[in-house]
Design a protein around this ligand. Sequence first.
Ligand code: THU
Length: 138
Amino acid sequence: MTNDKELVRLAYEAQKNAYCPYSHWAVGAALLTADGRIYTGCNIENNTFTPSVCAERVAFFKAVSEGVKEFTAIAIVGNAVGTPIGEGDVCPPCGVCRQVMTEFCSADFRIVLGRSYDDFETYTLAQLMPKMSLPLDK
Ligand code: THU
């Protein structure tokens, strides 16, 4: 059983692969599936900007592309490149990523925002996406 602290650690591991030569803002995510698997993601930017994708969506789309569509929690960490762990702040998901979460997750999906390996805040999707419209089967 993966706890939040371990999920945050895995998000920091994924952050090391962030490709962010334009924003210099590195993000990592670790997505926990209902059956205990973990998919990680980092942000991947592009010189024409619009193809850039957030760490959270990389993790979700890796999972969905492998047929996994039930999720329990995601840990997210993000900071300017070079910021020592613990000296930055939490990195809440952007609106587009929150919308993607509503497609695959229920209102009680947990979003763990890391500030360091053992300092994090936890929110539900409903808290970060109030009045969200859920897919019809949720
Ligand atoms: N970014 C993420 O990957 N996730 C977030 O939650 C916030 C923003 C990325 C997008 C872009 O590559 C960089 O961080 C700066 O916005």
